[in-house]
Design a protein. Structure first.
Length: 194
């Protein structure tokens, strides 16, 4: 456990990161934690809690929890061991590891970062589209086996030709501009699968 403390408040808010493992922050000197330390006392745990009792000890004086890893379950029992808790901030989109009803009953605010993965999802989508249309996986396997053989993509998957590309899930991925590229010559369309 390591701590960084601000100098301006004699009774600073206690911000706990209960499980930064594998490390996202790794040290209180990490840039974002140094900025955060201006607003309170930051306690960073760089290991997983070995058992629930250890987790509860880590949370005992927390007013804010930054939940970095989804394997730390925060439910009514955990909240009861953190009587001063006011907020849980999730570093990611998912809230499935937090009992939202229990948090609401206790007046604990739960926040997340819903679009944090959108650029990565868009990039992966483009990469997978190229992999499929250019038969990269099978070509890679054949090359590693010592066979050099070009694989022609099926006509229906010609990404940069005069084909249509139907896009599913336009939301945030489309808003960052990585999927809807008019300069590729692809006729695009989208639909809502719901």
């Amino acid at each position: 456990m390591t701590e960084g403390t601000s100098n301006y408040d004699p009774d600073p808010m206690h911000i706990v990161i209960p499980d930064d493992y594998p490390p996202t922050y790794a040290s209180p000197e990490q840039e974002n934690l140094e900025r955060l330390a201006q607003h309170g006392r930051v306690t960073l745990h760089t290991t997983r809690a070995a058992h629930r009792a250890e987790l509860f000890d880590r949370l005992a004086s927390a007013e804010v929890i930054i939940n970095v890893r989804a394997y730390t379950a925060l439910a009514g029992e955990a909240f009861s061991h953190a009587p001063a808790l006011k907020m849980v901030s999730i570093l990611g989109a998912g809230t499935d590891n937090v009992d939202l009803d229990a948090a609401r009953r206790r007046g604990i605010i739960v926040t997340n970062t819903p679009a944090v993965g959108a650029p990565s999802v868009a990039e992966l989508t483009l990469g997978l589209m190229l992999a499929v249309t250019r038969s990269i996986p099978i070509s890679d396997v054949r090359l590693r086996q010592g066979t050099r053989q070009h694989v022609e993509p099926p006509d229906r998957l010609d990404l940069l030709g005069q084909r249509n590309l139907v896009r599913r899930g336009t939301g945030r991925v489309r808003s960052i501009g990585l999927v809807d590229r008019r300069d590729t010559g692809i006729a695009t369309g989208s639909y809502d699968a719901a």
